[in-house]
Write a protein that binds this ligand. Structure first.
Ligand SMILES: *Cc1c(COP(=O)(O)O)cnc(C)c1O
Length: 391
């Protein structure tokens, strides 16, 4: 048995018991009638999560695979794009485009800040050749939320499509794809979907589909026109990740039975509880507009967050994330997605304070910690729990 850790990271996330049970079932062939029925249900359920009438596809890849798929299916060599770079994942968009010979115009945003509509509008006004605007909905390295709905209103008036890496947003915030006019929406299994790492989800608007007809970037595994053809016949282009898809079926069933907002509501409540506790403890929230999917807390200047992270894991068996690049050593990132029980958050607060005190013994007070946990629990228990959520 692997050592068991309480997973409080912004992906991968702890899995609900019914997902674990589903993953323990025997392997089945992807061409059985039973599995084909599962596939049909899952495609339908995904459309309800994306809130779209368009087809939703999945790739057997992590989320980054769907980001690559979005690029190779819509663009051609030499095309120009605008990449919103507000952290590590914005860098990833730019790197994928660089790898395929796309001309990248970077819109660099100070870490922790949201991109503004005016910034994107100015960039589009200045360069009529921009074919696509690539951004995150939530930039997981800083915890910031970007105004994707407002950005979509801008790109809608131009030939450019808006590509959203919504890997830590889909299922954590309401973001109806068709209503908001989002052209490409991407999700990942190990985030709000509460599944193991290894599936990615993607859907295209009609405007984005139009580009697939002229796209000349090389593609084979991620060719969505071929995937669409296979899906129309009830199959996947290649072998299906049967175990993952069956687990997805379980999640979607819960999600759809308990109301579409059940997972979103639980994530938002966990976010509110963590933020309220952090404020009582005197810890600042890093992003200007925090995404509910994760809480990014700034530690006191004298405290190295990498050490805190490592000690929480080795001494308390709780895994949280530290900061990356310019935030390395400065912040702790706590995930609010997945099967997180109330007691998991309370234990995390205890461990966080204990590990900060190893470097700064006068940090906060026992009384404040007690208050912080009490407030967090009040928030957690005042809201009805969603779907297969823990409590
Ligand atoms: C997790 C994540 C990804 C995908 O990472 P993979 O390791 O490829 O699954 C992409 N973008 C964001 C914003 C993420 O949080």
């Amino acid at each position: 048995m692997a050592k068991s850790y309480t997973l409080m990271t912004p992906g991968p996330v702890p899995l609900p018991p019914d997902v674990l049970e589903s993953l323990a079932l025997p392997m089945e062939h992807h061409r059985t009638p039973e599995f084909e029925a599962t596939l049909a249900r899952v495609w339908q359920g995904l459309k309800q999560v994306f809130v779209t009438d368009e087809a939703v596809f999945f790739h057997t890849s992590t989320g980054s695979g769907a980001m690559e798929s979005a690029v190779v299916n819509t663009l051609s060599p030499g095309d120009e794009v605008l990449c919103v770079v507000s952290g590590k994942f914005g860098e990833r968009w730019a790197e994928i485009c660089d790898a395929y010979g796309i001309k990248v115009q970077r819109l660099n945003i100070e870490w922790g800040k949201s991109v503004t509509v005016a910034q994107v509008k100015a960039a589009l006004d200045a360069n009529a050749n921009i074919k696509a605007v690539l951004t995150q909905a939530c930039e997981t390295s800083t915890g910031v939320l970007h105004p994707i709905r407002e950005l979509a209103a801008i790109t809608a008036q131009t030939p450019a499509i808006l590509m959203i890496d919504a890997i830590t947003a889909l299922g954590a915030i309401a973001m109806p794809m068709d209503e908001w006019g989002l052209d490409v929406v991407i999700g990942g299994s190990q985030k709000a979907f509460m599944l193991p790492t290894g599936l990615s989800f993607i859907s295209f608007s009609k405007k984005a589909w139009k580009l697939t007809e002229t796209s000349r970037l090389p593609k084979y595994y991620f060719d969505l026109r071929k995937e669409k053809k296979a899906n129309s016949a009830g199959d996947t282009f290649f072998s299906s990740a049967v175990m993952h898809v069956r687990a997805l079926d379980v999640v979607l069933k819960n999600h759809l039975t308990h109301g579409l907002s059940s997972i979103i509501d639980r994530i938002q409540v966990l976010s509110k509880a963590t933020i309220a506790a952090a404020e009582i403890l005197g810890l600042e929230i890093f992003p200007e507009v925090p995404s509910p999917s994760l809480s990014v807390l700034v530690l006191p200047a004298a405290v190295d967050s990498q050490k805190v992270r490592a000690q929480m894991e080795s001494e308390y068996q709780i895994t949280v994330m530290g900061g990356q690049d310019q935030l390395k050593g400065k912040v702790i990132r706590i995930g609010n997605m997945g099967y997180i029980r109330n007691q998991d958050l309370l234990k995390t607060l205890d461990a966080l304070v204990a590990c900060i005190r190893k470097q700064k013994p006068d940090f906060s007070s026992d009384e404040k910690l007690k208050q912080a946990k009490k407030r967090a629990l009040e928030i957690l228990t005042s809201a009805p729990n969603g779907a297969s959520q823990a409590n």
